[in-house]
Design a binder for this molecule. Structure first.
Ligand code: EPU
Length: 339
């Protein structure tokens, strides 16, 4: 059923906790309904936006256009061999429910991405990632409707041009397609990725062999300890992306900051943690009016209660400025600003 509301509160549909409204809000639950919605509510309209779980959005005021949300649900096993399974999932499923579904069945691949907020459709747009794994490592194909024509299209992983927090759906094809289903490949072979951060140490503390359930538990525990719960304190997870800089630049920074962490991208490029630089600039736990920097993870900006989107943006600009002045590196928000 298509659900359409006017002057609809967006409070339940985003995680930053701003009490803003959408002029029109439409939710659909099938591909056919989406075709109808595109025809009646989207084509020819100047302002519309498709949202997922709203965990990457910052509204600076009411949204005077149409917001779309998918309620396309369901899991379908497309193939099941001794080695692997291919699972086709509706774009409106909650991402972490998919991770739990895979872990419950002893299928490997999604566990490191436990508790990432958001929905399946957005996983394929944002290429969500954590603890050394990204959605692109699992995605086989993405099904979508072309906005201009309503045509059903299928894209293979390589068509989506995935990179760190990037895909073609965020760039050249922004606003051109709406994802309806994503097919993921999960493996039945025991294969863990525990090299990143303190995942291995946390598992070792428990003194047991890793199992899928244990890895999921540990990752959930680490995330819960570091990241604020949006139900308690509005936030959108990492506010900035980790910048990728030339290795030469990183090496010259090392002379001044020998403890600066980094992750190798390839021979020429390295990724440096924005959280570490923000922390070094003294922002962790700081507050400017009703906007703040989380006291356990400097990459997360928080709504300390009643903050406007603009207050958060002002704080983010001050942080960008001080990181640039200190390290000569421009950090870019991962969060989308909307009004
Ligand atoms: N660090 C600090 N101070 C802080 C926080 C971190 O110095 O306040 C240092 C850490 O010691 C570490 C480095 O910065 O050396 C990286 O920190 P962390 O491992 O916590 O990860 P991150 O790079 O800050 C990324 C993702 C997170 C994901 C974690 C774990 C991005 C933009 N963020 O954060 O994703 O959970 O790695 O894999 O890539 C999200 O996108 O919303 C998100 C939470």
């Amino acid at each position: 059923m298509i659900r359409k509301y006017e002057n609809h509160s967006l409070l339940p549909y985003h995680t930053f906790g701003m009490d803003v409204k959408a002029a029109v809000f439409v939710e659909y639950s099938s591909v056919d309904e989406l075709k109808q919605v595109l025809e009646q509510e989207v084509r020819g309209k100047e302002k519309w936006l498709h949202i997922g779980g709203g965990s990457n959005l910052l509204f600076t005021g009411d949204f005077d256009g149409t917001i779309l949300h998918s309620a396309i649900k369901g899991y379908e096993v497309l193939s099941d061999s001794e080695e692997e399974v291919l699972v086709r999932v509706g774009a409106g499923e909650v991402w972490d429910d998919f991770v739990a579904y895979a872990v419950d069945r002893d299928w490997y691949g999604a566990e490191n991405l436990s508790l990432i907020p958001g929905e399946v459709g957005a996983s394929a747009v944002q290429n969500i990632g954590a603890y050394g794994m990204e959605a692109k490592d699992l995605i086989v194909k993405v099904e979508a409707l072309e906005v201009a024509t309503g045509k059903e299209c299928t894209f293979l992983n390589m068509d989506c041009r995935y990179a760190y927090r990037e895909s073609i759906f965020k760039k050249e094809w922004k606003g051109c397609y709406i994802i309806t289903h994503v097919t993921y490949r999960l493996t039945k072979r025991r294969a863990f990725h525990l090299e990143y951060g303190n995942v291995k140490d946390e598992l070792a503390k428990q003194g047991c062999e890793p199992t899928l359930k244990k890895v999921r538990e540990v990752i959930i525990r680490i995330r819960e300890a570091k990241l604020p719960d949006p139900k308690v304190q509005g936030n959108a997870g990492s506010f900035f992306m980790n910048p990728v800089i030339p290795r030469m630049q990183y090496e010259s920074l090392l002379a001044k900051y020998p403890e600066m962490p980094h992750y190798k991208v390839d021979e020429e490029w390295v990724k440096v943690p924005a959280a570490w630089m923000i922390d070094r600039c003294g922002w962790k736990g700081k507050q400017m009016g009703r906007a703040g920097v989380h006291n356990k993870q400097a990459l997360v900006l928080v709504n300390c209660g009643g903050a406007t989107g603009q207050e958060i943006i002002t704080l983010s600009q001050r942080i960008q400025q001080s990181v640039f002045e200190t390290f000569g590196i421009a950090i870019v928000p991962e969060v989308n600003f909307l009004s």
